[in-house]
Design a protein around this ligand. Structure first.
Ligand SMILES: Nc1ncnc2c1ncn2[C@@H]1O[C@H](COP(=O)(O)OP(=O)(O)OP(=O)(O)O)[C@@H](O)[C@H]1O
Ligand SMILES: [Mg+2]
Length: 212
């Protein structure tokens, strides 16, 4: 489903990734790991065409992403949900409105929004907080809003970038269990982290980008 083949990536002539190779099959759950600065976020960004490889190819469902036309990129991003390392929640929108945004930009409105957003907020146990603003939530709650926003369009793939960042072990486990429950229902998951405890909790295939 996903294939990185001989991927090199440099910023300003400094190479971050050198000859990265891996594949991910439909329905898999994998960890991408490596120390801070190794290129984990860069690797995930290439999958939604936020960055392009300097050399090599990144393929999703057989298509080379660097060949996509700008007008095709929104379609790619509907198929791949992204949980950003820094959440990127909009502070002046409620929890509900933050999650609804992805559907609105896809041209979905009305009762479908209410139904889908309510369902996903219940799944991440945040329905009661739907009318609150992000800054009044705990870190773990904000993280769950970001996950709900990424999943509300029912994407084929979920990319989660350090989704348990500064959270304690118990809250991290709750987040991992939520992500695993979606994986069990068929969503392919790629989770980037440098946290070894998290990797041990997840018990899934691990790709170390400094070695692959
Ligand atoms: N837009 C950019 N312009 C220039 N350099 C960048 C850019 N984005 C990332 N880099 C550099 O690329 C390297 C890899 O960054 P990246 O964010 O992918 O690492 P990471 O593995 O996600 O690290 P962390 O664990 O700290 O999140 C870093 O040295 C970073 O400074
Ligand atoms: Mg990162």
């Amino acid at each position: 489903m996903i294939e990185f083949s001989h991927v090199f990536k440099s910023y300003d002539k400094n190479y971050v990734l050198r000859d990265l190779n891996f594949t991910v099959n439909k329905g898999e759950f994998i960890f991408i790991t490596g120390p801070s600065g190794a290129g984990k976020t860069t690797t995930l960004k290439m999958l939604i065409a936020l960055e392009n490889p300097t050399h090599g190819a990144v393929k999703f469902l057989g298509t080379e992403l660097q060949d996509l036309k700008p007008r095709d990129i929104p379609f790619l991003r509907r198929k791949i949900g992204f949980v950003f390392q820094d959440f990127k929640l909009l502070p002046n929108r409620t929890v509900f409105q933050n999650v609804a945004l992805g559907l609105e930009v896809s041209g979905i409105f009305g009762n479908i929004i209410i139904k889908n957003v309510s369902e996903i907020l219940k799944a991440v146990e945040l329905y009661k907080k739907k009318d609150e603003f992000p800054l009044s939530l705990s870190g773990g709650e904000q993280q769950r809003v970001a996950i709900a926003r990424a999943l509300v369009q029912n994407p084929q793939v979920l990319l989660a970038d350090e989704p348990t960042g500064n959270l304690d072990e118990e809250t991290s486990k709750i987040i991992i269990d939520i992500i695993k429950s979606f994986n069990n229902k068929g969503t392919t998951v790629i989770l980037a982290t440098h946290n070894k405890n998290l990797i041990n909790m997840g018990r899934a295939r691990v790709i170390d980008i400094t070695k692959s």
